[in-house]
Every structure is written in C-alpha cells, then in structure tokens.
Design a protein around this ligand. Structure first.
Ligand code: LLP
Length: 428
C-alpha cells in the first residue's frame, strides 16, 4: 500500500499535489512518501517481529542499495532499522544517517581491504563473507588492527529463484556466496583464522521474488546447514535471510505474497533454529514509496501508436532498459480519456523506452506523468548519460515537502572533468 492517490482529480503524494512539487522543482523529479516508508517498515516488523530467538527480536537491515538518499535512511534510522551495505560508500552513508554500527551488515563479493578496515574501525555487526579468499583477507586486516571481525558466510543454496536472470543470485552458477556442499570445510577453516569470530550464516537468492517456494527451499537447506555447523562445534547465533520479497508493479497482475505470508513461511522454516534472525529488505520498504514525475515534451506520431516523449530517460530510471521492467504510468491530472501510446525518453538509444503500446491515461504536450513504484533501484541507479544531470529528489511527509537532493547543475558535470595542458600542444 502506498500514499499516492488521486484527490480532486490530481495525483497527490500524501497531502501534497505532485503538480505543486513539479511547478516548484521542475521535472523530472523523484518524490518519496515518508508515511509509505514507515508503513512498510511496520508491516514488515509485524510480519516477522514475533520471531524472537535467543531473547532477540529480528534485525531489519535495510538494503541501502535500494535507496541511499540521506532523508530515506534517516526515516529508517528513526525507526530503529539497521542497514545492509555493499560498499564503503554505503557504510558511510548509513553511519552518517545515524544507523548504529552494530546494526550494519556488510555484504558483497568484492569488499576491499580498505572497506574491511572501515567496517572494523566502525565496529559493524557482521561481515557476510562470500569466499574463503575474502575470509583470509579479513583475518589479516582484523589482526593488523588488533580487533575481531564477527562473520557469517553467505551460502549459495543452489535454488532457482524464478526471477529475472539479472537479479537472480542463488544458483550455483552465480558469483555469490560459497557453495553449499563446501560450507562445512569453509567454516572450519574460517574458525581457525585469527581475528575472525564465526557467528552466523547468510543467504540471499534474488530480488523481486513473487513465489515463496524458492525461499522456503533455500531456508530448509540453511536450517540443515546450521545443524551440521553446530554439530561441528560452531557457535551459530545469527541467520541472515536476505531480502528479495517482490512488490506490485502492475496493478492488473496478482500481488506478490504479502509480508504476512512471508513471515508465516519464515516462522515455519526457522522454528527451532535458536538464532537471531536478520532480514535485508530493500524494495519492499521503499519500492512503492517513490514516484518519478516527468513532463511530456511532445507527442510524435508513430506507425502503430504515438510516441509520448517525456523529459525523464533511461539515465534517470534504468530498470525498463536494463531488465525490461514494467512501471505503471499515470497522468498526474488524468482527463478521464485513455489512449494507446509508446512512452520514451530523449536519450539517443532505442532502449530508452519505458512502455510500448501501453493503454494509459491520454496526455498531450506539457502534461505530467508519474512512473509509479520508483522508490527502489531508481534514483540510485541513475547516471548522467547524454550529459543529463542527476534528477532531484523530494521527500513528502503529510502536508510538508522538501528537496532532499537538489537538481545537479550541468555546470557541475562539466567542472568535474579537467583537461591536461598538453592536450593543446601540437602533435609531434
Ligand atoms: N541483500 C542482498 C545481499 C542483496 O544483494 C539485495 C539486492 C538485497 C538484500 C535486497 O533485495 P530486495 O529486498 O530489494 O529485493 N537493481 C535491481 C535489483 C537488484 C537487487 C540486488 N540485490 C532491480 O532494479 O530490480
């Protein structure tokens, strides 16, 4: 559920008309709803909060990659969330937003020694190791700093997540995690390394999952592994179940499983584990909490249906170009008329297409459209391709709103480059 609704014929973010924001800030502009973010955290907590193990409630560690805006992270910090980070940059952002270090989980296959040192100096809660090679490096870095790193291995359960290949991570052919069958040996070797304290297991099989079965299978394998590891003498205290639960992009399709259904599945799968559970939801928390508002530059005739050329492009919202992702497109002030159109951006690539032959609200030049479900993996994946500056972001709460990232001036892009003096020398 979100807080983007039609009121008096105009699409609002909570109590603020999107038109008012677009008039003041220009377009394209991302708009987030704080109430929606809060609601999603509460719904998720309600779904998993009762799964107390070892006297500890689960840790909800927001996957920062989904939306790292400081205002978004601050809302989550205020709700007591932790963070799942995958780079030194995300770690610094999470800390800057006030997320306590002990609630930070560091994931990712390519952590550098410098990033490990940063995490260790901050005192983060857990490193999710993705290879034995990484364990050796972390051991060296921790030993040099004279500290102990709390670690889990991310185990690849070799299940098919049934999602888009580019966001599927739990098959044995993916780059993620250590192979399930070799896990006991990997744990034994990690436990023998100085500077490491083995405390948990981690799993994450993919994103935008619309079926609970692959997760259920993965968790069953993890449960069996926990028993093996304990029998081997490891003190397994945490089980990080990753993120991945899908959200609704197309209101015409059946909704993905609810957080409550997910929570019930997790309760059954983890009964008797006696581990503190960690969750890393990203999309579920912020996906439906954001929209991208864009203006129609012009409408151009096409062979089958007209091209609605908007001022947002693939550099602002990359998901359709990258994953053929489907985003619901609504008029900010619908006239009531509908038509079939192709919605495209101005970038010089055919891939800069948001929708083909889409039945949608009829719009004309200067009208505004909103791409829905653009709170996750949207602004954060933007680039400046075609020298298009990064899009501003706005946070709404009730009847208040504020710019939380200013529009990048194109001059900043130009000024970021430098030209060596010798470029101007005559070629010899
Ligand atoms: N934990 C780990 C280790 C992850 O790799 C991810 C996402 C998450 C948690 C959060 O997953 P979520 O709950 O958001 O599904 N750019 C793609 C999605 C990439 C997801 C990468 N990993 C998209 O736009 O669909």
């Amino acid at each position: 559920m979100d807080h983007f609704d039609l009121r008096d014929g105009a699409l609002h973010a909570e109590q603020v008309p999107l038109d008012a924001i677009a008039d003041a800030v220009g377009t394209p502009v991302y708009v987030y709803s704080a109430a929606t973010i809060r609601r999603h955290v509460h719904v998720f907590r309600d779904a998993v909060g009762s799964l107390v193990h070892d006297g500890q409630a689960p840790l909800v560690a927001f996957a920062v990659k989904a939306n790292p805006n400081a205002a978004v992270l601050s809302v989550l910090a205020g709700l007591g969330c932790g963070a799942d980070v995958v780079s030194g940059g995300e770690l610094k952002r999470a800390r800057a937003a006030g997320i306590p270090a002990e609630r930070i989980i560091f994931s990712g296959v390519g952590k550098t020694a410098e990033e490990m040192a940063l995490g260790l100096r901050e005192g983060i809660g857990q490193f999710n190791l993705e290879s034995e090679e990484e364990a050796i490096t972390l051991s060296e870095v921790a030993t040099a700093l004279g500290v102990t790193a709390r670690v889990a291995y991310r185990v690849n359960p070799d299940v098919d997540a049934g999602t888009h290949a580019k966001i599927s991570t739990g098959s044995s052919e993916n780059k993620f995690g250590i192979a399930f069958d070799t896990a006991p040996q990997a744990y034994a070797r990690a436990a023998a390394l100085p500077g490491l304290a083995v405390q948990g297991v981690a799993v994450h099989i993919g994103s935008q999952l619309t079926d609970l079965d692959p997760l259920r299978q993965a968790f069953a394998r993890i449960g069996a592994l926990i028993e093996t590891l304990r029998a081997d003498g490891h003190d397994i205290r945490t089980a990080d179940l990753g993120g991945g639960l899908g959200v609704s992009y197309d209101p015409a399709l059946p909704a993905p499983p609810s957080p409550a259904a997910y929570g019930a599945m997790v309760a059954a799968a983890t009964a008797g584990w006696a581990c503190r559970l960690i969750f890393e939801p990203g999309r579920l928390i912020v996906g439906n909490a954001g929209v991208l508002v864009t203006s129609v530059i012009r409408v151009k005739p096409g062979v089958h249906s007209p091209f609605v050329i908007v001022d947002a492009a693939m550099n602002d919202l990359m998901r359709p170009a990258l994953y053929d992702a489907w985003h619901h497109i609504r008029a900010v002030r619908p006239s009531g008329e509908r038509f079939e159109a192709n919605v495209v951006g101005p970038v010089c690539e055919t891939g800069d297409t948001f929708a083909m032959r889409r039945g949608m609200d009829k719009v004309k030049q200067q009208d505004r459209l909103a791409f829905m479900t653009a709170g996750a993996y949207a602004a954060t994946m933007a680039s400046t391709y075609n020298s298009r500056p990064l899009t501003p972001e706005v946070m709404v709460s009730g009847d208040r709103w504020e710019i939380v990232r200013a529009r990048q001036p194109v001059e900043a892009l130009i000024a970021a480059d430098s030209v060596p003096a010798w470029i101007f020398e005559q070629p010899t």
